[in-house]
Design a protein around this ligand. Structure first.
Ligand SMILES: [Cu+2]
Length: 323
C-alpha cells in the first residue's frame, strides 16, 4: 500500500472513532435498558414505541426517497422494484461539502478509475492508490452511516441507524451489465437530516453479530424466520474501509471467496448481475463502536454472511438455517 493511501485510511479510521463517540451512547443506553427490563418487558415496551420508518424504492436506476427527514433512530426500508441488484449506501458529508462536491470530488474520481480498470489501462493494484490521489481530500472525512446491503430484485430489506443532523448522500454503486456505475446513471440523491428529532428507538435485535478482526461472531444459532440482526462494529482493520455484512442465499458450490470476489470493486466482473445467489439483506459500513440493525427473512437453506471489504480476512460466515 502506498503511504498516502495508508495515511488517508488511517485518518478515515480516526474520524470514524470520533464519530462513534457521538453515536454510541444512545445505543448503549438502549442495550442497558434491555438488560434492566429483561427481554420480554423490553419487547412489550417496543410494541408501543413509534418507529421512524423511511420507505425508499430502488429502480433501475433511481431511488424514490424523501429529500428531508428528522434525526434520530431511523429505519430505512428499501424495496428493490428494479430488475437488477441494488443497495442503499448512506454517507454523511463533511461540514461545508455539498452534494455537487460529492459528485465531482468522490463519485466521478471513483468512476474514472473504474473505467480505466475496465478498459485495461490500469491494474487492480493501482486502483486504490489512484483513488487516493484523485478523490478530494475531504472524501476521507466522509461518515459511513450504514444503509441496506445488496438486495436482489423483488427483495425488501431494512437498516436501522441513529442519524445525527447533517447533509447525507444515498447511493448505489452497483454496475449495469454494460459496466456503468448506478450512481452515475442517477442512482444517487441528497438527503437532509434535520435537527428535529424523530420519535424512533432502536429495535430489539434477536441475533447479535459482532464484526471485528477476529471474524464474524454470532451470539446464537440462526433459526428460520424473520430476524432483526443487531450488528456491532468492534474495529475496522487498518488499510480497509472497514466491516459490513451482506446476506447471500447461495448454492453449496458458491464459496465465501466467490461472494467476496463478486463484491470487489477491482473485479471487472464484480458488482454486476448475475449475483452468485440471492441477496436478502445486510448492513453497510458504520463507524467503529457503533451498533446498527438489519432485518432478513431466512427460510431454511444455506446462507453466506459476508463483509464486503474484509471478507477476505475471514470476516464471513456460512450459516445453515435448518428446518
Ligand atoms: Cu443500483
Amino acid at each position: 500500500m502506498h503511504r498516502r493511501d495508508a495515511q488517508a485510511i488511517r485518518s478515515i479510521l480516526s474520524l470514524a472513532a470520533v464519530a462513534a463517540f457521538l453515536i454510541v451512547p444512545a445505543a448503549v443506553e438502549a442495550q442497558e435498558q434491555v438488560r434492566k427490563n429483561g427481554h420480554d418487558a423490553h419487547q412489550a415496551h417496543q410494541a408501543h414505541v413509534e418507529r421512524n420508518v423511511v420507505e425508499i424504492t430502488a429502480e433501475d436506476y433511481a431511488f424514490r426517497a424523501p429529500a428531508e427527514i428528522p434525526s434520530g433512530w431511523t429505519t430505512f426500508e428499501l424495496d428493490n422494484a428494479g430488475e437488477e441488484t441494488h443497495m442503499l449506501f448512506i454517507a454523511r458529508l463533511p461540514d461545508g461539502v455539498t452534494f455537487d462536491d460529492y459528485m465531482t470530488g468522490a463519485v466521478m474520481p471513483f468512476n474514472e478509475v473504474w473505467q480505466e480498470l475496465r478498459a485495461g489501462e490500469i491494474d487492480a493494484d493501482e486502483v486504490f492508490p489512484a483513488i487516493g490521489e484523485r478523490a478530494d481530500p475531504w472524501f476521507w472525512e466522509t461518515g459511513f452511516e450504514g444503509g441496506v446491503g445488496f438486495l436482489s430484485p423483488g427483495e425488501t430489506g431494512t437498516a436501522t441507524v441513529n442519524l445525527q443532523p447533517g447533509n447525507y448522500v444515498l447511493e448505489c454503486y452497483m454496475r449495469t451489465p454494460e459496466g456503468e456505475v448506478h450512481s452515475m446513471e442517477g442512482m444517487i440523491d441528497p438527503l437532509t437530516v434535520t435537527a428535529a428529532s424523530a420519535p424512533g428507538a432502536p429495535p430489539s435485535g434477536d441475533v447479535r453479530i459482532t464484526l471485528s478482526e477476529a471474524g464474524m461472531e454470532f451470539d446464537r444459532e440462526v433459526r428460520p424466520g424473520t430476524h432483526t440482526f443487531e450488528v456491532h462494529f468492534a474495529d475496522h482493520p487498518e488499510g480497509t474501509f472497514g466491516h459490513n455484512v451482506h446476506v447471500l442465499r447461495a448454492d453449496p458450490m458458491v464459496t465465501v471467496n466467490d461472494a467476496v470476489g463478486w463484491m470487489s470493486f477491482v473485479n471487472v466482473e464484480g458488482l454486476t448481475d448475475p449475483a452468485p445467489g440471492t441477496f436478502v439483506g445486510g448492513l453497510h459500513l458504520m463507524p467503529v463502536g457503533s451498533t446498527g440493525y438489519f432485518t432478513a427473512d431466512l427460510t431454511p437453506g444455506r446462507y453466506l454472511f459476508v463483509s464486503e471489504y474484509t471478507g477476505h480476512m475471514n470476516v464471513a460466515r456460512e450459516v445453515n438455517v435448518g428446518h
